[in-house]
Structures are given as structure tokens and as C-alpha cells.
Design a protein around this ligand. Structure first.
Ligand SMILES: NC(=O)c1ccc[n+]([C@@H]2O[C@H](COP(=O)([O-])OP(=O)(O)OC[C@H]3O[C@@H](n4cnc5c(N)ncnc54)[C@H](OP(=O)(O)O)[C@@H]3O)[C@@H](O)[C@H]2O)c1
Length: 255
């Protein structure tokens, strides 16, 4: 029997119309949470809501661009208006514009990655913490970083790596600032995960399966559900004394 660790709690996930974010949303819903799912496009969010409702859960889709402060604030307000509190937040929305060596990176690709991956996490965190610290039960936040940040080397990804290193470090700083406010903040750093983001240019899923057999000790990518499992642990009461950590889920790539 599955234990329901989040019954009656409100959980928010950004980037929840696809990939890791959707898996995180479904996993929280399966353990009793009411979900607020966010992203820029309505349609994929509606699909996530449909999946949650079909499994007997409750979810609200809110379109938001996390790189805009007003959207981040409105997202948190929608969660509180609809479900009464914000107990858990997962800042997962992110973009990867990899491939080019740094000298050939466009300013647009630099700004897109930094705006979404760093400023977006800052703005979401700030809005979430401002709400959670007013609540008697506080809250728990998990940011999605990446092994490409502080843990691993990967050519052709300098800007993305810089943005994800910032997420790991921002997580630790925010955690120290707000643990005494009852807001517990951690990060998960995935390695290659089974989403389109981990496909190389022109690579098929079969190509990636072949590449990963050699590339990582476990011999395969992580499933989105495996990343979600790490997120749920960090957000759960069992992790009450885990503060400011950055949990690597990478099939042993950086072991
Ligand atoms: N897949 C991997 O191998 C891997 C490895 C390490 C880390 N990660 C990280 O894991 C997270 C999820 O990635 P994924 O693999 O699941 O990729 P994905 O399927 O592309 O998911 C990214 C999500 O973020 C949303 N998003 C992008 N920009 C946004 C913005 N400005 N505001 C709101 N939402 C935005 C996208 O939806 P919209 O386009 O509708 O906004 C999309 O649903 C990312 O932070 C990524 O960097 C992934």
C-alpha cells in the first residue's frame, strides 16, 4: 500500500505540462496533494490536470511565465485562493539552449537561460516564501537544478551550467535565510532524464539508450518518476532536518 504523505496539502509545480514537472505533479497528487500546475502554455497544463483528475485528484492549471515577477506572485495567489494554502512548491521550469561553444552563444540564448533558470527560480522562491512564512505549518520547497551546474562537466553548455550552478547555490542561501521562518528549501540535481531535453542534436531515443549504456554507471537515463521520488522525499516530513542540500539523481554519472 502506498503511503499518502501529502494528504490535504497544496503543492505547486512549475513546468508541469511536460517531463519531470508533470511526473512530479502526478506523484504529489497520487499521495493526496491538491496540485497547482504552471507553465507558459495552457494545453499541456490542461493535459496534466486531466491525468490528475482521472486518477481521482484535484488540480488547477495556471499559465505563468516564471521570469516575470507578476506571474510568480499571481501563481502563488491562485494556489492560496483555490486551495487555501501553499504547503509545497517545486521550481522545475527550465530551458536548455546547448550545443554552441561559449564564444558562439547568442545573447538571446544567454538571457533566455538565465532569465528562466535563475531569475525564474528567484522570483518563484520569493513569492512562495512570502506566503509560506505566514503559515503556521510553514512549507517545503524543492528547486530543480542539474548535475551540469556544480557537479559535472559538459562542453557546449556553459551558460546552462552557470544557470544551474546558480540554482544550487541560491537554494543553499535561501535555505539558510528562511529555515527559521519554517520554510525548508532543498534542490535536486538530475543527470540525464528520460525527456526530450536530454536528447542530443538529431538524436533519437534509441540513440540515447545506446549512448547511455556506455556513458553512465547504471547504463541508462533516470526516469522522470525517479526524479519525482527524490523531490517527494525532500518535500516530505521525513526530510524535516534536510536543509539546503542538493540531491544528485544521475544514474551514477558523477559518482
Ligand atoms: N531532462 C534532463 O535530462 C534534465 C537534466 C537535468 C536537469 N533538468 C531540469 O529539469 C527541469 C525540467 O526539464 P524537463 O527535462 O522536464 O524538460 P521539459 O519537458 O522541456 O520541461 C520544461 C518545462 O518548463 C516550462 N517552462 C519553460 N520556460 C518557462 C517559463 N519561462 N515559465 C514557466 N514555465 C516554463 C515548459 O513549459 P512551457 O514551454 O509551456 O512554458 C516545460 O513544461 C528543467 O529545469 C531542466 O533544466 C532536466
Amino acid at each position: 500500500m502506498t503511503t499518502a504523505r501529502f494528504t490535504g496539502r497544496t503543492a505547486l509545480a512549475t513546468g508541469a505540462g511536460s517531463g519531470i514537472g508533470r511526473a512530479v505533479a502526478l506523484a504529489f497528487a497520487a499521495e493526496g496533494a491538491n496540485l497547482v500546475v504552471a507553465g507558459r502554455r495552457q494545453e499541456p497544463l490542461d493535459e496534466t490536470v486531466t491525468l490528475i483528475e482521472a486518477a481521482g485528484g484535484k488540480a488547477l492549471a495556471v499559465t505563468a511565465d516564471v521570469s516575470r515577477a507578476a506571474d510568480a506572485q499571481a501563481l502563488v495567489a491562485a494556489a492560496v485562493d483555490h486551495f487555501g494554502s501553499l504547503d509545497v512548491a517545486v521550481n522545475n521550469a527550465g530551458v536548455f539552449r546547448g550545443g554552441a561553444p561559449l564564444a558562439d552563444l547568442s545573447e538571446e540564448d544567454w538571457h533566455t537561460q538565465l532569465d528562466t533558470n535563475v531569475t525564474g527560480v528567484f522570483l518563484a522562491l520569493r513569492a512562495e516564501i512570502r506566503q509560506m512564512r505566514t503559515q503556521p505549518a510553514g512549507g517545503a520547497i524543492v528547486n530543480i537544478a542539474s548535475v551540469f551546474g556544480v557537479h559535472a562537466r559538459h562542453p557546449g553548455a556553459a551558460a546552462y551550467a552557470a544557470s544551474k550552478a546558480a540554482v544550487s547555490v541560491l537554494t543553499r542561501g535561501a535555505a539558510l535565510d528562511h529555515i527559521r521562518d519554517g520554510v525548508r528549501i532543498n534542490a535536486v540535481s538530475p543527470g540525464a532524464v528520460d525527456t526530450s531535453m536530454s536528447l542530443g542534436p538529431g538524436e533519437t531515443e534509441a540513440d540515447r539508450t545506446q549512448r547511455m549504456r556506455e556513458a553512465v554507471p547504471l547504463g541508462r537515463v533516470s526516469a522522470t518518476e525517479e526524479v519525482a521520488a527524490a523531490v517527494l522525499h525532500l518535500a516530505s516530513d521525513a526530510a524535516a532536518s534536510t536543509v539546503g542540500t542538493d540531491l544528485v539523481v544521475d544514474s551514477g554519472a558523477t559518482a
